[in-house]
Design a protein around this ligand. Structure first.
Ligand code: MG
Ligand code: ZN
Length: 220
């Protein structure tokens, strides 16, 4: 009983901070996406592929969530866009408060698009609103096609699901049709893009982001 009450209050506190962030981003006309998925599913690699495309039309910045190290931020920095590393020091998800702190290091008036890479974890990040406008769930073929059924919450709240490492599908027993069907059981309208991050598909994700960013910026 006490634990349930405590958890509720933590989530309520997080939701308040997230709402402040969303209002701040709206005031500055910045559209934010929260990118979630398990460790090693290819979130950073996907960013490395889409950012060079997005940079042609939008001013992009990245918040990089990790438990420790600045390894991923270093990879994003090499793309020539502003990046802030958010370290949870062992915490398994980003919180709205940490994102809020991170935003203090970015010039929001000089941005159109904010990409937030969450901590590698397909479970609890989905419970924590960060003040983003939309969510992207990333699933790699090496994780198994049972994940949408096993972690339905992440795939339910996502506005886009990206299936990565399609170039490895031959050496796995991943059934992309089964995974897509399970995603569509949760939401028949869910957009799913398949990507072989090293080779093909990333342009389609960049195009989706560009379209959504423009549509949401008009609404803000
Ligand atoms: Mg990463
Ligand atoms: Zn967590």
């Amino acid at each position: 009983m006490a634990i349930a009450v405590l958890k509720k209050s933590i989530l309520a506190q997080n939701d308040r901070a997230a709402e402040q962030t969303r209002q701040l981003l709206n005031r500055h006309n910045v559209v934010a996406f929260n990118i979630m998925g398990g460790a090693g599913c290819g979130k950073t690699t996907l960013l490395e592929r889409v950012i060079p495309v997005l940079k042609r039309d939008l001013r992009v910045a990245v918040l990089e969530g990790d438990l420790a190290t600045t390894k991923d931020a270093t990879r994003i920095d090499a793309l020539g866009v502003p990046v802030v590393q958010l370290l949870t020091e062992g915490g398994c998800h980003l919180t709205a408060t940490l994102v809020n702190e991170g935003l203090k290091n970015l010039a929001l008036d000089e941005l159109d698009l904010l990409l937030i890479e969450n901590v590698g974890n397909p479970i609890c990040p989905a419970n924590f609103d960060l003040g983003e406008h939309e969510r992207i769930a990333v699933l790699s073929v090496t994780e198994g096609d049972d994940k949408p059924a096993k972690y339905p919450f992440l795939f339910k709240i996502a506005d886009l699901v990206v299936i990565t490492k399609m170039d490895l599908i031959e050496v796995t027993d991943f059934d992309a049709e089964k995974a897509t069907t399970d995603i569509h059981v949760l939401d028949p309208e869910k957009k799913v893009i398949r990507v072989a991050a090293i080779k093909t598909g990333a342009d389609e994700v960049a195009e989706w982001l560009l379209t959504r960013c423009r549509a949401l910026a008009r609404l803000a």
